[in-house]
Design a protein around this ligand. Sequence first.
Ligand SMILES: C[C@@H](N)C(=O)N[C@H](C)C(=O)O
Ligand code: ZN
Length: 254
Amino acid sequence: APSPSGPAAASPPAGRSPAPEAAEPSEAAGPEGGRRGDGEAPAEFVALREAVPGVREDIRYAGADNFTGMPVDGYQEPACLLTEDAARALVRAREALAGEGLDLLVYDCYRPRRAVAAFLRWAADLSDTRTREEYYPRVPKTRLFEEGYLAERSGHSRGSTVDLTLVRADSGRPLDMGTPYDFLDPLSAPDSPEVTARQRAARDRLGEVMDAAGFGRARTEWWHFTLREEPFPETYFDFPVALSSLSSPPGALD
Ligand SMILES: C[C@@H](N)C(=O)N[C@H](C)C(=O)O
Ligand SMILES: [Zn+2]
């Protein structure tokens, strides 16, 4: 069906069932259950690059180099905002990799609900196929949510989910994972039999190190991990991705 028009049209493609991460969400609420301002992050959120100096980031949705082909609503800056618990877990993962000459490169962190709504609008606009060859050549746009490549209620909005890969610590060059980031295709499943042994080994190492640091992995995307003991398991936030959204003072973790 042709896309609904206008920015408010955030309906999912027809016939789609909820994505695996869909749950009954609560909107952001304060400690007493009242509504928290949508422009403001709770004190538990930090900017990763301030909390963990030297961490590598390439926040794709803040620019046009992503599967939508345009900057995504809600990403006011290319910043990784995360809960402090998730940031501490990433420190553990980096420490485990350091002895192997490897490091992490983070592509996405906290994602506001308005950004997820932008993904829904993009998916509903079947006339926009600009990025199909590069990002979803085999899966029709109408199936991206149903197949689990995109989530109608994303774990990223809870602040303890990250998209990331492994890089060489010296050059910053990403390891070959068999697909680029956000290649929305069965080939991106961590256990895809279609990748080479070397690519599979790189995926497995990323999965192991993230598992040991406390993150669970998605079944559809080798780059997507959620902290198992996440501090906001039921809350989907909508403050913008911007350092000014943070209420906690900047500073490295101790
Ligand atoms: C779009 C991709 N980077 C991603 O994060 N997908 C999961 C399923 C999500 O949207 O939460
Ligand atoms: Zn993700």
